[in-house]
Design a protein around this ligand. Structure first.
Ligand code: 13P
Ligand code: SF4
Length: 311
């Protein structure tokens, strides 16, 4: 039977043989990050995807991320390691609903969190990620905006950009939004010396009690550079593990054991291996992202705008 190291070596061999680049979001397990060529948050992976030179990309993350990679590298074959890995927030709003709202609010520019489907992106003006949202919204000349779908991230951006008039809808990440203010109080009581670092997808009642609110990469950078020794981490549980691995002299605690994204966790190392085997045999079993040129062209406009304003 193959052990983890054997499987990893096989994946690396198959990658080289078949000209595959593996992109893995930071919410993936450590053993997957170890075989990846690029790792990071959604903004970094979008930039990385636009620069990949390999013929094939295998994405370890959720569907909208692989779709974004396909839009940025349309000539490459892009695969998602687990076809069931979607993001429930990305499915919360559809293009018809936003188009109807645009008729009622014609002077608002539509800012879409990148956690949206390609179809929804076609009716939006600019994309943002949690790492780039404040920078991009600040850089926009427009004052009146509609921010979709995450009202918690939208509220965070509104606070950071008080000169903007941001309309919000009732959407968000079910994983981060499940954390309660009481859980923050409990975690602080248990670890009184620890700083609280949370993702802006958490509810304002949670973010208001944090010492730092920022994206996945922002939280990791803050924890690594801080002189503090203990941290309560209010984002996906894998980040606690990655930080503990990278900073063995510091202590990291999960703000809530509920912050586990079941979709991100659908991808396992054996599945990455199976996808690599299928890509190498070209047997049609690996899940390939297929999009027509018109959809790519229309949805890409707001991704290019994100890269222009966030660069
Ligand atoms: P980042 O943009 O911080 O990578 O977050 C992605 C995500 O899905 C958060 O839940
Ligand atoms: Fe989607 Fe939330 Fe999972 Fe991120 S953590 S992929 S926003 S469900």
């Amino acid at each position: 039977m193959l052990n983890i190291k054997d499987i990893q070596q096989e994946i690396i061999r198959l990658k080289e043989e078949n000209d595959v680049c593996i992109l893995a979001h930071s919410y993936q397990e450590h053993e997957i990050l170890e075989v990846a060529d690029f790792t990071g948050d959604s903004y970094k992976l979008s930039v990385d995807a636009s620069k990949v030179t390999n013929k094939n990309i295998l994405f370890c993350g959720v569907h909208f991320m692989a779709e974004t990679a396909k839009m940025l590298s349309p000539d490459k074959r892009v695969y998602l390691a687990n076809p069931m890995a979607g993001c429930p927030m990305a499915e919360q709003m559809d293009p018809e609903m936003i188009s109807a709202l645009k008729v009622k609010e014609p002077d608002r520019k539509v800012v879409a969190y990148i956690n949206t489907t390609a179809a929804l992106k076609t009716v939006c003006d600019v994309c943002v990620t949690s790492a780039s949202a404040v920078k991009i919204v600040s850089a926009m000349e427009d004052k009146k905006l509609l921010f979709i779908p995450d009202c918690n991230l939208g509220a965070f951006v509104q606070k950071a950009c008080p000169d903007k008039d941001i309309m919000l809808l009732n959407g968000g990440c079910p994983v981060h939004a499940a954390v309660t203010a009481d859980e923050v109080a409990e975690a602080k009581a248990k670890h009184p010396e620890a700083l609280v670092l949370v993702h802006p997808e958490c509810r304002p009642a949670v973010s208001e009690q944090a010492d730092y609110v920022g994206s996945t990469s922002g939280i990791m950078k803050f924890a690594k550079e801080s002189d503090a020794r203990e941290f309560i981490i209010g984002t996906e549980i894998s980040i606690v593990e990655h930080l503990q691995f990278e900073c063995p002299d510091k202590r990291f605690y999960a703000l809530s054991k509920k912050i586990v994204c079941p979709n991100m966790k659908l991808t396992t190392l054996p599945e990455v291996y199976n996808s690599m085997l299928s890509i190498s045999k070209n047997d049609g079993e690996a899940f390939e992202i297929l999009m027509d040129d018109e959809l790519i062209a229309k949805a890409r406009v707001c991704i290019d705008e994100m890269l222009r304003l966030g660069g």
